[in-house]
Design a protein around this ligand. Structure first.
Ligand code: NAD
Length: 483
């Protein structure tokens, strides 16, 4: 594998994301030789750590995520890490950071290449981008930036952040990361759709009744109540992960697999996304908050949550397009906290056909994304010793050994940033369209809140969210397949 020379600067180097995901993923890429001799990582955060302390943290992070490691390699890898105590709001600190980056660039022959990673609370993204620009932190080689979610709080703040970032970076060098796009089964949607005539030929409203996406979380807000209360399920999960999945399901076939062609297909589709009216939001969306149990708090009683909060911990809704292969097909989605189990799955519900046997099961296609990775198709056949139709699943799955080889989403996506492949990152024009949809729903809800009659269902924890989510279907013959 090509050895990429680069100085990587991680804002938020003492944080959870850096520890659990970035350091282990970088180590794997180091072992593969993608980054090796000519790289250094500067971790920045406010704490007064030393280089040695950060190296110890990096080593711990690797041991926590790997069963067996070569200690010499871990040591050698960690020696490429440097710590810079840095308050992102203090302009002078950027000067020190710039000097350190330059020094390391000379030491490691990094050819002026810089990779900035924003692994901090999103409220700092704009400040960091502004100071990267006004303090001229970019290098003389390539300059790329990875921006974590959420990218903005609504369209207006996303536009503002985008302007701050594009002051120093071209669109092609901005990697808006959504780790869902690094997941094995999400990356399997395109090959499944486009290489199987059996599937490709039925991918239209002639055969597909609806699609259903569920992103179920088992946990409540835990320690994140303060942040979550300013966000909610729609912004936290639908604006990014669910819309990425919807787009992959509904986009037309790209002319080839280049990043440009894939993004072109996505953008062609998104032009025709129907933005819901307040009336449609009322009919097609359900929002809810979880109640308490013997051992857990109700959402409104969680620490740092407003007791009168109108923030939703559950949302179900519908998206539709006027063009593309699924024009007119409803794509239902739901996500929330305190479901009965953690699960991400996509159900493609096919229409029934008339047949001489009478009722048969519809040939649903299910893609399980998390925690299992598999695709299965429901097939009808005859019962062995009695009249009637029997239902079986044809399954595409991986062995345990294969699953063990699947890289973490972060490792895949970091690899793509190093090799400059933007296919699995969000382009600005796509993000903008997602926010237009989300804003329409949020604004309609805000009006309901202001009128004093918000419809926010309180649901029992550890089930499937509020039963009202069954009311969003267009016809009485539709229902959630995953119950
Ligand atoms: P965190 O709170 O654990 O870490 C935040 C980091 O920012 C820490 O290193 C902290 O020291 C630093 N920091 C805070 N204020 C600072 C300041 N003024 N100057 C300099 N440094 C400062 O957060 P996290 O969980 O690592 O999340 C970081 C980002 O990654 C967020 O945007 C989050 O949405 C995103 N993300 C996190 C995860 C995850 O698994 N943790 C998953 C997906 C996305």
């Amino acid at each position: 594998m090509k050895n990429i020379p680069v100085i990587m600067i991680i804002f938020g180097g003492s944080g959870d994301l850096a520890h659990r995901k970035l350091y282990p993923s970088l180590f794997n890429l180091y072992e593969q030789g993608l980054i090796h001799d000519n790289f250094a990582v500067i971790g920045t955060a406010r704490r007064p750590w030393s280089h040695e302390y950060l190296r110890g943290q990096v080593s711990d992070a690797i041991h926590e995520t790997h069963d067996q490691v070569n200690e010499n390699e871990v040591k050698d890898f960690a020696s490429h890490f440097y710590y810079q105590s840095h308050d992102v709001t203090n302009v002078e600190h950027y000067e020190t950071l710039k000097k350190l980056a330059q020094e390391l660039d000379d030491r490691y022959s990094a050819q002026g290449n810089r990779l900035f990673y924003m692994a901090m609370a999103p409220r700092f993204f704009g400040t960091i981008a502004t100071h990267i620009n006004d303090q001229h932190l970019t290098g003389s080689g390539f300059n790329r930036i990875v921006v974590e979610k959420p990218f903005g709080h609504d369209l207006a703040s996303a536009e503002e952040l985008n302007e701050e970032i594009t002051a120093s970076f071209d669109e092609n060098d901005i990697f808006r990361i959504d780790h869902y796009l690094g997941k094995e089964m999400i990356q399997n949607i395109m090959p499944m759709r486009f290489t199987n005539p059996l599937i490709k030929n039925i991918w239209s409203g002639d055969y597909i009744k609806n699609m259903q996406i569920t992103l179920a979380e088992r946990l409540g807000v835990e320690a994140r109540g303060g942040y979550y209360d300013t966000s909610g399920a729609l912004r936290d999960m639908v604006q990014n992960h669910i819309f990425q999945i919807i787009t992959l399901l509904a986009m037309p076939e790209p002319k080839d697999l280049s990043s440009d062609s894939v993004h072109q297909a996505k953008q062609d589709l998104l032009k025709s996304l129907i933005i819901p009216t307040p009336e449609e939001v009322k009919n097609d969306f359900v929002r809810g908050q979880y109640l308490g149990s013997d051992t857990t708090f109700a959402y409104k009683k969680e620490p740092n949550v407003d007791p009168n909060s109108t923030t939703e911990t559950f949302v179900a809704g519908k998206a539709k397009f006027t063009s593309g292969p699924l024009a007119g097909v409803p794509i239902y989605f739901r996500t929330g906290k305190e479901f009965k189990e953690k699960k991400t799955r996509i159900d493609i519900v096919l229409k029934h056909i008339n047949n001489p046997y009478g009722q048969a099961h519809s040939n649903n296609i299910t893609i399980e994304v998390d925690p299992e990775s598999k695709i299965y198709i429901t097939i009808n056949g005859k019962k062995i010793d009695e009249p009637g139709i029997r239902r079986e699943d044809l399954t595409y799955a991986f062995s345990k050994e294969e699953m063990a080889k699947v890289p973490d989403g972060y490792e895949r996506l970091l690899h793509d940033v190093f090799v400059n492949d933007s296919t699995n990152f969000t382009h600005w024009s796509e993000l903008k369209r997602y926010w237009e949809f989300i804003d329409a729903v949020e604004n309609a809800w805000q009006k309901e809140n202001e009128a004093g009659n918000p419809e926010i269902t309180q649901y029992l924890p550890y089930r499937m969210g509020p039963k009202e989510s069954n009311d969003i279907f267009e016809s009485p013959t539709e229902h959630w397949i995953y119950e």
